[in-house]
Design a protein around this ligand. Structure first.
Ligand code: SAM
Length: 212
């Protein structure tokens, strides 16, 4: 199968999972997922499934990346925080659709690999930070959008505090060994509004830095 055919099948799989936003489909067409998957799984980069990456982590399923991106209602002018860089694929999609992306990862090895992938793809509006993303990035707050790609039992307080008024945060909430709920939180003038979007399954949001 050549690249064009692979890409066509990839987009077809996304559409058949309900991804309809043309801006998101276009961003996903332009960011090569193959640049974020290495080793024996590289062959499967264009399938709609999560795949293992280094440090025992995963690159999310493309249709889930698309649906989470859609849920953020990006305007093209947003300052976005992502918690859980992983491979960097989701951050690269966000970078195509927003002004500036900060992404935090607790494993140094994943931080290095993501920085290299962004440089190769010429994505200059992403900053990758090595740290515990549960605390957000107070120096850069407030954020217009926050996306968490690891599951916490409750939305972390520091992240809620770093969401600008009118801002949106999307995150999986629930126990790590169970099906979790994807939640959308809006900071409205009168307070926080919570909306349950769909069931998902993510690796847990872990405290502290990784050892590798
Ligand atoms: N967004 C990623 C992608 O596109 O490949 C997928 C992320 S993976 C499902 C979740 C990531 O969150 C893992 O790389 C994990 O190390 C990271 N993570 C978990 N807890 C974290 C924390 N407290 N701070 C930062 N990163 C964390």
């Amino acid at each position: 199968m050549d690249n064009a055919e692979r890409q066509m099948r990839f987009l077809y799989a996304l559409r058949s999972r309900g991804v309809t936003d043309p801006r998101i489909l276009s961003a996903m067409e332009r960011v090569d997922r193959g640049a974020f998957v290495t080793g024996i799984f590289a062959e499967r980069a264009y399938e709609d499934m999560p795949l293992p990456i280094a440090c025992g982590q995963t690159i999310s399923q493309p249709s889930v990346v698309a649906l989470m991106t859609e849920a953020l209602e990006l305007t093209g002018r947003d300052k976005v925080l992502e918690v859980g860089t992983g491979s960097g694929y989701q951050a690269a999609i966000l970078a195509r659709l927003s002004r500036r992306v900060y992404t935090i990862e607790r494993h140094r090895r994943l931080v290095r690999a993501a920085r290299e992938a962004f440089a190769e793809l010429g994505l200059g509006n992403i900053t990758v930070v090595h740290g515990d993303g549960s605390f957000g990035l107070p120096d850069q707050a407030p954020f217009d959008r926050i996306l968490v790609t690891a599951a916490a039992e409750d939305p972390p307080g520091p992240l809620l505090a770093q969401l600008r008024e009118g801002g949106i945060m999307v995150l999986p909430v629930g126990q790590s060994d169970a099906v979790q709920s994807l939640i959308r939180v809006r900071r409205l003038p009168g307070g926080l509004d919570y909306e349950e979007l769909r069931p998902v399954r993510f690796v847990p949001l872990v405290e502290g830095l990784g050892t590798d």
